[in-house]
Design a protein around this ligand. Sequence first.
Ligand SMILES: [Zn+2]
Length: 427
Amino acid sequence: MIKKLLIAVAVVAGGVTLTIAQAPRSIVIRAARLLDPVAGRMVANPVVVVSGDRIQSLGAPPAGSTTIDLGDLTLVPGLIDAHTHNLLEPEDEITPPVLTKSQAYRAIEGVSAAKKNLEAGFTTMRDLDSEGAGFADVALRDAIDKGVVPGPRLFVATYALTITAGHMNNAGFSPDITLPEPATLTDSRDAMIAEIRREVKYGADWIKLYATGTLRHVNRETLEPLSQVSLDDVKAVVAEAARWRKDVAAHAYGGVGARNAVEGGVRSIEHGWILDDETLKLMIQRGTFWCPTLSVFRPEADIDKPTDFSRRVVESHKRTFQNAMKLGVKIVFGTDVGAFPHGTNNREFSYMVEYGMTPIEAIRSATTRAAELLRMEKDLGSIAAGRYADIIAVDGDPLQNIEAIKKVRFVMKGGIVYVRRPMTSDQ
Ligand SMILES: [Zn+2]
């Protein structure tokens, strides 16, 4: 690991403490190839000059810089997973963690999760709901930013907004006992607005809204999800979030709830495994992003035993994905990692390609497209001058074979190297 290049020196002069920052040294990264997601092509023998936490230029290394030669590896922009839960572990899908784990314990699990996700090449993550771990996602984000623990750049949603009896309620317990819920039950527009203000106060970057219920609410015959919000509810949530310059992500499988979410102005639809063409077209009109999270519904996620119902959900997801691609919906890479093991998020790439994307489209969804969703396209998503120095290196050419994206040998985030694995080691 390379230590931080920016060395702060405290000087006490006449009772005043001054901080003098030493000029950052440059690091030069060389490799066999560089994947440019904007142009959709490989650049041979790149020379990337990093200064401090940003990319200074491509080419012409300054004198006296340190060189990292990555040999035959391919440089790829740091990956972005736009739907994650760092505070969630696979076993929490079976036992609600709000009932079995302290928030302190969950925060420690989050530290471990963030490290695994970073080491898998994900230098940025949108964390969509701590599922009852309080504001531990804010704490994790801040601790990562301060260099206390390693992890991706996080954009966090804290608690999610849901309704009584809807998604993220503890189900099957006695009404005579009061239990903590994994989300905030907001049964009126006033309650939704008050909850947004509370979340902003304690550090939320995004607002997460459950616009439809969960799988147990889905009609087993028609696959119609439970709509949790009216159009006016969504408009009120989006307007209040916008007051604080925050965007809204809506969990929505499809049906009326998803339609209301899109028409009401949310920035992204999460999951959406049964979005109809009319809603997909509306998403194009409104510029709504779609984060499909194919991984979490696949049998390989090993959350539940596959059933006829779960197979129908996967089939519908695939169909929706192909329709969305054909129509031109802005598809963003997201996984729901946490429901399955942290650090295995890159499985989503394989499913995207299996369902019909080309490797470059799948990689764009996790770089340039995801940066656009986050309104961070000037900072993230490509290896170009002025962007954060978020760079990974993989073994092989992921444009030829997407599986190469899983062979991560090097991870730099903000100019700091977190992973450098020898070429010979297997993952
Ligand atoms: Zn999720």
